[in-house]
Ligand binder design. Sequence first.
Ligand SMILES: Nc1ncnc2c1ncn2[C@@H]1O[C@H](COP(=O)(O)OP(=O)(O)OP(=O)(O)O)[C@@H](O)[C@H]1O
Ligand SMILES: [Mg+2]
Length: 614
Amino acid sequence: MNSTLTEREGLVRPGTPAMRFASSMRGFKARVFWAVTLLIVLMAALLTSVSIYEQDTTLKRQLYDWGHATIQSMARDSELGVFSENTDFLKSTISNLEREPNIMYAVIYSDSRQILAQTNSAQLPDPLIKSVPDVIVNEISARRATLWRESRHMNNSFYEFWAPIIGSEAPVDDERMLFMDESDDTDNKAAVAEKTRIIGYARIGISLQMARTAINEAIFTSMAILAITLPIAFFVTYMIAVRITRPVSQLARLSEAVAGGDLSQQIDINRSDEVGKLASSFNRMIRSIKERDEELRKSRDELEQRVQRRTAELYAANQNQLQEIAERKRAEQQLREKNAELESMQMQLLQQEKMASIGQLAAGVAHEINNPIGYVNSNMHALNKYAEDLFTILDIYEAAEPLLDPQAAAARRVVSVKQEMDIPYIKEDLPKLLRESQEGLNRVKAIVQDLKNFSHTDEGEWQIIDLHNGLDSTLNIVANELKYKAKVVKEYGDLPLLQCNPSQINQVFTNILVNAAHAIENNGVITIRSGVSGEYGYIEISDTGKGIAPEHLNRIFDPFFTTKPVGKGTGLGLSLSYGIIKKHNGRIEVASELGKGATFRIVLPIVQPVAAPA
Ligand SMILES: Nc1ncnc2c1ncn2[C@@H]1O[C@H](COP(=O)(O)OP(=O)(O)OP(=O)(O)O)[C@@H](O)[C@H]1O
Ligand SMILES: [Mg+2]
């Protein structure tokens, strides 16, 4: 909504009238007011001064003219009295002057400067009027004209007029007024002096007091007029200043409002002058700013909407892309996982194949050795029997030996062969050799059994077995790895037969035992415990090796995780073991303290929960 500033609004201000006046007397208005006021005061002062000066001059001129006329007529009128030295006549001549308030004194002197008559009301002390200065006498004699001068006595100014009293046919040239003027025509004066004679002097003093009083009155009157008119002039000036400056201050306020962003106001000045034109062009300017503002706002709104639409589109596109990226990342991750799984499976297969072929090889070797061992073993039994028989016969023969003819060639031959062969030693050594051979044979038999146990190729994959046997066989197989490093302590508990895949479980034992041997740097102990916990049997293999760092604990079952130098370890042993035990529905637990050793615990169900896989 448009509001309108009217001229009247300029006068409405809060506060006391003095405050309102003070606050309104600022800026342009104040300047106009003070300028006009100063002008008025200066003009008034100038006019008053000029008028008083004029009055003063006029009054003085009038007094001068009047004094001049008076001394002329006094000189003329007293000519006869001076001539006849009739003082009474002279007194009466000047008595009318006593009534004149301006006349301070009037004196008539003889040519010898004696006072012939004087006004009664002489206001000057005698010494002044009693003497006639030489300079005056000389001047008058020389010029024969009226003299005038302004004198002071007791702070009073007055005009003094002198005139010669001439007794002759020729009159005094009263047109020539001189004041100590030296530049007169001396020829003319001489001519006048020849025809006339100065018989006395007239003198009057005219007070300026009345003129001063009149001037003072005039000043007073002027002041009174000023005192009345100046406030009116100030008020009028103020009103004019207000009138002149109100539209300007209104324009200033409005332009401040416009600068502050308020375009709702219009100025209401109906004048045809420049201010009116300024106001109407200001209003036009506000209207066009408003229209432009409106247009700008509209286009800004449109732009904002477009930006918002575009941002939303971009956001949506971005979201789609982000989603696509996330999906692609997920797919990549899945691919990587699958790849790793495949790699791990491949490695496991390879390992299993390796182990299987080692197992097969071992089983083949075991089988091949088993047959000769069978008959060597039975031969050994026969050999023992035969040896015993032979020794029995030998004993019998030796008992019958003294009965033989020592000279007989046969007897001699028997003794020498006996001595050569050292029969007692053979009797002592042969059973020993046979025993040792049997022992050796037994060991070969055990190795073959171990190989069989290890590979179990001769038996079905899933069996119910004694894990202790598997452990022992494995220990025998890895004996080489352990013998210089660790003492093996067996603390076997009560472990029932378990359903498992023996060759795979033996692989697990092998790996854990070899890891334990590797972890022991010099001499250590490997302790094997077993037992039952609920429906599970367990085997625990502890070593006194270097232990596993805590940050490695949850990584040791990862495929390819190894701390061993390149070429020494593949990092697959534990991951394969983990897979095998998982397949057995069991679990592997590990506990370790760095520098003190590690304990691996294999937990297996005594009975597989479902039918053992083929
Ligand atoms: N008893 C143990 N004491 C200390 N560290 C061990 C022990 N057993 C396993 N580890 C750590 O676990 C890692 C992984 O063992 P894993 O058997 O999987 O691989 P590997 O022995 O390094 O190589 P390989 O494939 O030849 O067995 C080892 O490199 C070793 O750092
Ligand atoms: Mg290993």
